[in-house]
Design a protein around this ligand. Structure first.
Ligand SMILES: [Zn+2]
Ligand SMILES: [Zn+2]
Length: 118
């Protein structure tokens, strides 16, 4: 299905502007970025601007994703550090902790050891 050119009503064409989709003939083609064909420099510039805006958007999305990943990683590091410090602290403080606290825990470990031996 062919249409007539936007400016030359006597010329049939299958080519359409990449931005506004209006039919244009060979003579009216304005080459834009990425070998796209436009009806006018306006359309070409508009397409270029919107593609730049799109690239800008994806860049911002990627940055947001990276920031979220960094934040998640930082949280993980903090949790691991906290557990490490807690473990070391417990290990160091274990002998000086009251028997009421350490006794039950040590008896659990004894039970687990006995289970494995059986
Ligand atoms: Zn156009
Ligand atoms: Zn034309």
């Amino acid at each position: 299905m062919s249409s007539v050119c936007l400016r030359h009503k006597d010329r049939e064409t299958d080519i359409r502007c990449a931005a506004c989709l209006r039919p244009i003939c060979e003579e009216c083609i304005v080459m834009g970025p990425g070998n796209s064909r436009f009806c006018s420099t306006e359309c070409s510039e508009n397409a270029q601007k919107s593609s730049e805006r799109f690239a800008d958007m994806t860049r911002r999305d990627e940055e947001a994703l990276h920031a979220a990943r960094r934040a998640a990683f930082a949280r993980l590091v903090i949790v691991v550090l906290f557990l490490f410090v807690l473990g070391v602290g417990l290990h160091v403080a274990w002998p000086s902790l009251p028997q009421a606290l350490t006794g039950p825990v040590e008896s659990w470990f004894d039970q687990i050891r006995n289970l494995k031996l059986d």
